[in-house]
Structures are given as C-alpha cells and as structure tokens.
Design a protein around this ligand. Structure first.
Ligand code: ZN
Length: 346
C-alpha cells in the first residue's frame, strides 16, 4: 500500500521530476529529484543538481560531468559555467549537469555506491530499474531529445591517466560523424582523437549518437584529481563548443592540436600479471612497435625478474594505469597513432 512507499508521479515515464522548468527563459538552478527510499530516509530522494539557461530560439546544448564520479574537470568547469553564463549572452539553451551521476560523485567513486552500476555501461537505462538505470533513462528519454549537441566530460578517474584529448567516434552516418568531428575540433583540446571503444554497449556516447545528435567526449587527465591545466582545457572547450554550436557569440579560440587515431585493438596493452608497475615511458612519449614500455615486478618477493610489456604498434603513449600496483587484467597502456598536427591558423 502507498503508505510505505514514497510519493511518486504516475505513469511509466518518470519517477524523476525536475524542480524547475526546462523551457523557461532566463537562468534556473534546481534539481532532478529521484525518489530513493532507504534506511536513513524512508521518503528520501537523490537530488541531481541542474542549471538551465535559455534565451530566445536557438540550439540546445547538454553539458554533462561526473558520468563517472571520480573525474573532476567536468564538474569544476560546469559549476563555474552555471554561475557565470548569463542568459543574455546566449541564443538558445544550455542544460548543465555538472554531477550527472551524483551518488558516485558524492562517494568519489567511478561506479554508483547504491547499485554498483557503471553509469556509462547502463544506457539507455530503465524507468523501473535501479537508481543508476533510472537516471540513465531520464537523461536518455527526457534530456537528450531536447539537445542538438551533447558534451560529456571524462578523464581517467582514480585508475587511469590520459593525455588531454577530445574525442569523436567513427559512425555509420558519415554526415553525423563529420558534425561530431567538427565539434571535437572546435573543443580544441591539445589532442583530438578518432576513438575506438573497448566496448561501446551501454555507453552514453552510443545512446546520444543513436539519437542522431552531435556528440563530443573528452579524456582530460586523471589520477583521481583535476589540475589547473586540465580544468583550463575544459573551460576553453566549453566556450569553443557553445560558439561552434551558435549558442554563444564570438570566435572559437584555436591552438595547435595533435590528431590521434585508434585504428584497432593493437592500441591497447593489458596486464596478464599482478604486481608493481614500472613504466619505462611517460604520457606523450613516442614509442615503436615492440618497444618495452613497462615492467611488472613481483609485489610479494625479491629475487624474481620483472615481466616486460611491449607496445603493439608505433604511436604516442596516450593513457596509462595509476596508481603503482596492477592486477591481472588491468589496463596498462594506450598507444595511439599520430596522424597530424593541425596548425593554429586552421
Ligand atoms: Zn569516465
């Protein structure tokens, strides 16, 4: 009987409700409220912060951070945007979700502490699913359809570190792919990647692309924190993307960016051993196929030689494991192919 259940809106669609309108002109700060009944709050809710800024008729940008809760460039840059962007500066609408996966963000963890789910493997979600599935469903069914362009911030979290890059995926629809690549170039991170996913199923990226939208993602750093440099890249990228989309006036601020490609799975090196990792190259170093890139020492005894891991292709060390210990099956290295350097004048 309803006495024991939290109040909820009727209908299949949504247990999540917004505390503010999505279509009103001006600046509105509020929450997406998801009923979450639990021991310490019987009629409690997960409150996901959101800011909507709208002015006149124009495109809509959806900007999201903390899809994984331990990645911080998106939350920092989007919190700043939510208090600095004025309605009269824009034409159209900007929907800002700095902490889309609020439960994971509050815990400082990649996955949700409520249901253990990885949000970026849980799309398109379920209206009647777990907390993570419900958030995914709401975003996929209610927010993505409003958007013309979507920017989802990632970085390496606590267990990866990346060269700072913006990325677009190779898509079947070549017009859509070209729009995504143009938006990635407008974001203008120091590196720009045509990205191959290890497993695209359930990703926010895939859902947004399947809805025909222009999508840009990033990997701006990692190791469980953000830096002045990585947040600066995020801040400039947001502004450039809003200008590119026609929402913000001004000129896209272009600096040289190095184009990278991930043509096949020889880009990835994974560990078949547990132990103490000893990198022989650092992020940004050029490597050759067959070159030793890391050794793994035993973590539990002396007198045993290290196991050496080698690059499987020529390229640039684009991502690595953190911190110092690895387990069997852990990611060790991403070696991306360097395509070209785009001059600043482009
Ligand atoms: Zn991530």
């Amino acid at each position: 009987m309803f006495l024991h259940d939290p109040p909820r809106a009727g209908g299949e669609s949504m247990s999540i409700t917004g505390t503010m309108p999505l279509d009103a002109q001006g600046v509105h700060h509020g929450f997406f409220k998801l009923p979450y009944s639990r021991d310490d709050s019987a009629w409690g809710s997960v409150m996901i912060p959101v800011t909507v800024i709208a002015n006149g008729d124009g495109p809509t940008a959806l900007l999201t951070g903390a899809n994984h809760g331990d990645e911080y460039e998106g939350p920092v840059a989007l919190q700043e945007l939510a208090v600095t962007l004025r309605a009269e500066e824009i034409t159209g609408r900007v929907i800002i979700l700095p902490m889309m996966n609020l439960p994971a963000f509050a815990e400082g963890s990649r996955c949700s502490p409520i249901d253990g789910a990885n949000m970026n493997r849980s799309f398109p979600g379920r209206a009647d699913g777990t907390v993570t599935q419900k958030i995914c469903h709401y975003i996929a069914a209610e927010l993505v359809p409003l958007a013309d362009i979507v920017l989802d911030f990632h970085s390496g979290g606590r267990t990866l570190d990346f060269l700072p890059f913006a990325a677009a995926h190779i898509l079947d629809d070549k017009a859509q792919e070209a729009a995504c690549i143009a938006a990635m170039q407008a974001f203008n991170a120091p590196y720009s990647v045509r990205m191959l996913e290890i497993d695209a199923a359930g990703m926010f990226d895939t859902e947004v692309e399947n809805q025909g939208k222009t999508f840009v993602t990033t990997e701006l750093g990692g190791a469980g924190t953000a830096t002045a440099r990585s947040v600066g890249i995020a801040r400039k990228g947001i502004r450039n993307l809003l200008i590119h989309a026609g929402i913000l006036a001004g000129d896209v601020q272009k600096e040289p960016t190095i184009q990278l490609d991930m043509p096949d799975d020889r880009c990835f090196v994974f560990s078949q051993h547990a132990g103490l990792i000893d990198y022989l190259v650092d992020l940004g170093d050029m490597v050759k196929a067959g070159q030793a890139i890391a050794r793994i020492w035993p973590a539990d005894r002396t007198g045993v030689p290290a196991i050496t891991y080698h690059a499987l292709r020529d390229g640039i060390l684009t991502a690595r494991h953190v911190p110092g210990l690895v387990k069997i099956g852990d990611f060790v290295a991403l070696v991306a192919e360097v395509i070209s350097e785009t001059p600043a004048s482009k």
